[in-house]
Design a protein around this ligand. Structure first.
Ligand code: C2E
Ligand code: MG
Ligand code: MG
Length: 647
């Protein structure tokens, strides 16, 4: 038993030993494995540390690189425009010292102090452009950081994420302020006159070429004025070069002051200047402008303690008439300037003789109108408008006349169109309105309380913003009841701006003022609009009355106008009635009011007052008599033909 136990014990011991041996083997094996894993781990850690080190080195390298750049760099998030990264130059240029101060802020807040992306010089924000196009964008741009404005050249490049979407933009900017200043300085030296700061000959020629191109494209005219100071040499020699320079600077300033923004004043040489006038409406408007310059030169120039008087001579060349290129045009203006000098200086001269004569004539007339207003050379004639219902004068149309001391009596047809091109018509119209209202008031005080006065209003006057105020003022001053005033307006002017016209007409109407459309039928106005105008009367133009009743088409037109006016509830009056036949036809057509030589020419107040003193002066033409009971006595016939003074 003991042996059995011993054998069993031995067997157990042996199996335990074998088990222990196995275990030892396994432990050994595992230890080897662990050692291998450990080694690999150590290698991994080493590699990782090496990568991290390399990354840090690379980051430091990148930071060093971008910080050593001379250009400002910022990385900007695409959607929010927030700054993700910025280099030192970017911080410095925008007035910051630490990256943290700008990180997370929007780039436009930092570079512009704006709440939204900026817009400069006609191009959108370069970042937006870059995001929209997906391309690198290069622009010149002005930034205004804390340190002030700077011109910058900007390159904005897109950065795409793994899915190809642009997630960020690299914004590199270079401060070119100094370079720009230098360029401008060079340009100034190359293109501007150092003494006066005006463009020099070179720039003038460039701009003239440009102006001519634009004028040609728009089918417009342009002009160049060549100015030379008269006797400048004398001033220079007698008062010294300093005074000469001061005078030239003064002249330059005066010329600039009287030139439109878009036009160019240049100094060509010592005492020669040139002016480009773009968009010339009338051939002779350069003459009007030149006269203004000559007038300005009439004022003395303060020079140190004295006053110097200086004049200039101006030559005018028109494009395209006087030259197709800048050099030729300027040369021809120079030639014209010599003609002005030869004719006695202190004047202007056109290159073309025909233009010269026309401009002079126009200018003389314009100056004449100015003088006439000042010297009371205008007076009014009145022409009766007759009611054929009653045979009475219902209204007198005021018609202006000009008694020029030298030229004699001048018809409005010869000066009103010119006055309408200038602002002179405004003064004329106001003078006529005041004079006619005063006269009408006199007649009312004498008992002619139902007599109206009609005044012609020019289109220019009608469009003045203060037109109604002017009418109000005149009515208040003259105390004429508004119902006694009729304003005659022509179709063309009413059709210019329909809604505005309706407002003005309504404003006049609510005051009780009577409104008539003059020369009706000549303006091709849209009849559909007529019904919207609060008009009392339509005056059939005399051109349709002239050939009545023989001309079939005029007959048809007059019939149509009368029918139209009637359908719109407007009165109708025929102008230019000269014969009994015209009168009879018009009466048959239903026209009850007429004006024309048949009843009386425009006459002076005295003559008109004689006519008005008769009761029913036109009774013999009245409807009642025309319809059969006509008493065509020689006496009546004589009265109707009675020649009133022809004015
Ligand atoms: P308008 O307002 O149509 O005036 C009528 C014109 O026809 C007047 O010429 C008048 O003398 C003329 N006339 C009248 N009856 C007859 C006739 O039977 N036969 C002929 N052949 N002519 C006749 P006037 O006075 O020379 O005025 C011409 C135009 O000048 C006027 O036409 C008006 O447009 C303008 N005008 C006249 N006075 C003034 C004024 O004070 N201010 C404004 N802005 N324009 C005026
Ligand atoms: Mg009229
Ligand atoms: Mg008329």
């Amino acid at each position: 038993e003991i042996r059995e136990v011993a054998e069993a014990f031995n067997a157990l011991t042996s199996s335990l030993r074998s088990y222990h041996d196995d275990l030892e083997c396994l432990v050994e094996e595992r230890t080897v494995q662990l050692q291998q894993v450990n080694q690999r781990l150590e290698e991994d850690i080493f590699q990782k540390q090496a990568v991290e080190k390399a990354l840090r080195a690379s980051n430091a390298f990148n930071t060093n690189v971008i910080n050593s750049m001379h250009d400002a760099l910022a990385v900007i998030e695409s959607g929010s425009f927030r700054i993700v990264s910025a280099n030192r130059v970017f911080l410095r240029e925008n007035g910051y010292s630490h990256e943290e101060e700008v990180l997370g802020k929007s780039c436009f807040a930092i570079t512009h102090h704006l709440p939204a992306p900026c817009f400069h010089f006609g191009h959108a924000c370069p970042l937006i452009e870059c995001l929209e196009t997906g391309q690198t964008v290069m622009v010149e741009h002005t930034h205004c950081g804390k340190t002030g404005d700077r011109s910058e050249e900007i390159i904005a490049s897109p950065i795409q994420d793994v899915s190809g979407i642009i997630s960020q933009v690299i914004h590199v900017s270079r401060d070119v302020t100094e370079r720009k200043k230098a360029e401008n300085r060079i340009r100034e030296l190359a293109y501007f006159d150092a003494l006066t700061g005006l463009p020099n000959r070179q720039l003038l020629l460039d701009r003239l070429t440009q102006t001519m191109k634009t004028a040609r494209r728009n089918g417009k005219k342009a002009a160049v004025l060549f100015l030379d100071l008269d006797r400048f040499k004398t001033i220079n020699e007698s008062l010294g070069l300093g005074a000469g320079d001061a005078l030239l600077t003064h002249v330059a300033r005066r010329l600039k002051e009287c030139t439109r923004e878009a036009d160019t004043v240049a100094r060509l040489s010592a005492d020669e200047f040139a002016i480009i006038l773009g968009e010339v409406d009338h051939d002779d408007s350069p003459a009007v402008y030149s006269q203004r310059i000559l007038d300005i030169f009439g004022d003395p120039v303060p020079l140190e303690e004295r006053q110097a008087y200086i004049s200039c001579s101006i030559g005018i060349a028109l494009f395209p008439r006087d030259g197709e290129d800048a050099e030729t045009l300027l040369k021809n203006a120079d030639t014209a300037m010599y003609a002005a000098k030869n004719q006695g200086r202190n004047r202007y001269h056109f290159f073309s003789e025909a233009m010269n004569a026309m401009a002079l004539q126009r200018l003389t007339l314009e100056n004449g109108i100015r003088r006439a207003l000042k010297e009371n050379e205008f007076f009014l004639c009145y022409q009766p408008q007759v009611s054929l219902e009653t045979g009475e004068i219902s209204c007198l149309e005021a018609l202006i006349r000009w008694q020029d001391p030298e030229a004699g009596l001048i018809s409005p047809a010869d000066f009103i169109p010119l006055a309408e091109e200038t602002t002179l018509i405004l003064d004329i119209d106001e003078w006529v309105l005041r004079t006619a209202c005063l006269q009408a008031r006199q007649w009312h005080l004498k008992g002619l309380s139902r007599l109206k006065v009609a005044v012609n209003i020019s289109g220019r006057q009608f469009k003045q913003p203060n037109f109604i105020d002017m009418v109000d003022r005149v009515l208040a001053e003259t105390e004429l009841p508004p119902e006694m005033l009729e304003l005659e307006l022509t179709e063309g002017h009413l059709m210019d701006n329909i809604s505005k016209t309706i407002m003005i007409l309504t404003d006049l109407k609510v005051r009780g003022i009577q409104l008539a459309i003059d020369d009706f039928g000549t303006g091709y106005s849209s009849l559909s609009y007529l019904k919207n105008f609060p008009i009392d009367r339509v005056k059939i133009d005399q051109s349709f009355v002239r050939s009545l009743p023989s001309d079939a088409s005029d007959k048809a037109i007059v019939e149509a106008i009368i029918a139209l006016a009637r359908s719109l509830g407007m009165e109708v009056i025929a102008e230019g009635v000269e014969t009994q036949e015209q009168l009879t036809f018009l009466l048959e057509m239903g026209c009850r009011e007429m004006q024309g030589y048949f009843f009386g020419r425009p006459g002076r107040i005295e003559d008109i007052e004689v006519q008005m003193s008769q009761t029913r002066p036109y009774e013999h033409h009245s409807l009642f008599v025309q319809k059969g009971q006509r008493s065509k006595t020689p006496d009546n016939e004589a009265r109707c033909r009675q020649p009133s003074p022809i004015i």
